[in-house]
Design a protein around this ligand. Structure first.
Ligand code: SF4
Length: 143
């Protein structure tokens, strides 16, 4: 499998984790679940602004969609500032932390959530980070 295949699999796993969390929240409150989904979409869009837009390989992004949206911001690639990294970390926290209290009420949904995130992390660190062309990324490893 090439990097794009792993990149798309990683993106699908991330989206699956968010949808799993959405479902766990919806079992308690549909309004809260709707709010979470809206927040997650906004966080995802702003990740493309504060992280992906500065990426030198956004035009050939292995996850496809983030790179596509990153190019719409018309920002030139450059090294990340501390502010970029802090904001990006905060946005990732918005994506994945809010469902956790609801997931404690459903062990099966918690298991699915953790497996999706673990597989996405393993896929990235094992197959995507080594040799990645985003030389500004703090997780980049020489391939
Ligand atoms: S390869 Fe670049 S554009 Fe694609 S997800 Fe990673 S940082 Fe964003």
């Amino acid at each position: 499998m090439n990097k794009t295949t792993f990149g798309v699999i990683g993106l699908i796993l991330g989206v699956a984790a968010v949808l799993d969390g959405f479902y766990a929240i919806a079992l308690r409150s549909q309004y809260m679940a709707g709010g979470y989904l809206l927040l997650a979409v906004i966080a995802g869009i702003f990740i493309t602004r504060f992280f992906c837009a500065l990426c030198p390989i956004k035009g050939t992004c292995v996850h496809i969609l983030p790179g596509y949206f990153a190019q719409l911001w018309k920002v030139a690639p450059r090294p990340y500032t501390t502010g970029n990294l802090v904001i990006s970390g905060f946005l990732f926290a918005i994506l994945f932390l809010p469902p956790i209290p609801s997931l404690f009420a459903s062990p099966v949904l918690m298991f699915i959530f953790l497996v999706c995130l673990a597989l996405a992390a393993v896929t990235s660190t094992r197959f995507l980070c080594p040799g990645c062309g985003n030389r500004f990324c703090p997780f980049m490893k020489e391939g």
